[in-house]
Design a protein around this ligand. Structure first.
Ligand code: HEC
Length: 157
C-alpha cells in the first residue's frame, strides 16, 4: 500500500518535472532579449563618469523634493527655498562638457525645465509663500520626473 502510493507519487513527480523542463525550454533564450522586450525605455549610452554625474544630479532632485515637502508639512513654506534652489539652474554649470552631446534633445529640455521649475518654486516659497501654489509647482515638477523616467534609461557602468 505504502509502496503503491510511493510509485504514484514518483510518477507524478516525473510528469511534473517533464512539463517543467518543457516549459523552461520555451522560455526566451537570453536575459538580454527579455530585457529588450520588457523595457521600452530608450537607452542613452554614457561613459561611467557621465552616468555617475547624471545619477548624482537625480539623487539631488529627490533630496530637494524631500526638503520642499518637509517645509510644507511643517507649515514653514519659506524653508522650502534653500532645498529647491539646490536643484536650480546653477547645477548645470558643473555638467561634464561631453554630456550634452550625448543626451537626446527632449532629455535636455526636460532636464532644463526641471532645474528652472525648482528655481521658480524657490522664488515662490521665499516671496509669496503660498503653500497651495508651491504644492502645485511640485506636482508639475514630479510630472516631468515621471515623464522622463518612463522614456529613458542610462547604460555605461
Ligand atoms: C530629463 C530626464 C529626467 C528627469 C527630468 C528626471 N530624471 Fe531621474 N532619472 C533619469 C534617468 C534616465 C535615470 C536612470 C534610470 C535608469 O537608467 O534606469 C534617473 C534616475 C533617477 C534616480 C535614481 C538615482 C540613482 O542613484 O540610481 C532618482 C532617485 C531620480 N532619477 C529622481 C528624479 C527626480 C526626483 C526627478 C524630478 C524632480 C527626476 N529624477 C527627474 C532621468 C530623469
Amino acid at each position: 500500500m505504502a509502496s503503491t502510493s510511493r510509485i504514484i507519487a514518483s510518477s507524478i513527480l516525473t510528469i511534473a518535472l517533464t512539463i517543467g523542463l518543457a516549459v523552461f525550454s520555451l522560455a526566451p533564450p537570453s536575459p538580454a532579449t527579455a530585457q529588450d522586450v520588457s523595457d521600452p525605455r530608450q537607452e542613452i549610452k554614457l561613459d561611467p563618469a557621465e552616468r555617475a554625474f547624471v545619477l548624482a544630479e537625480m539623487r539631488g532632485f529627490l533630496q530637494s523634493v524631500e526638503g520642499v515637502i518637509g517645509a510644507l508639512a511643517a507649515d514653514r513654506v519659506a524653508d522650502a527655498q534653500p532645498s529647491a534652489a539646490k536643484s536650480g539652474m546653477r547645477v548645470m554649470h558643473s555638467v561634464p562638457p561631453t554630456l550634452p552631446t550625448k543626451l537626446p534633445k527632449e532629455f535636455m529640455m526636460m532636464g532644463r525645465a526641471t532645474h528652472q521649475a525648482f528655481d521658480a518654486l524657490a522664488e515662490e516659497a521665499a516671496s509669496m509663500g503660498d503653500k497651495t501654489a508651491v504644492l502645485k509647482q511640485l506636482e508639475t515638477i514630479l510630472n516631468t520626473c515621471n515623464t522622463c523616467h518612463s522614456s529613458y534609461r542610462l547604460s555605461g557602468r
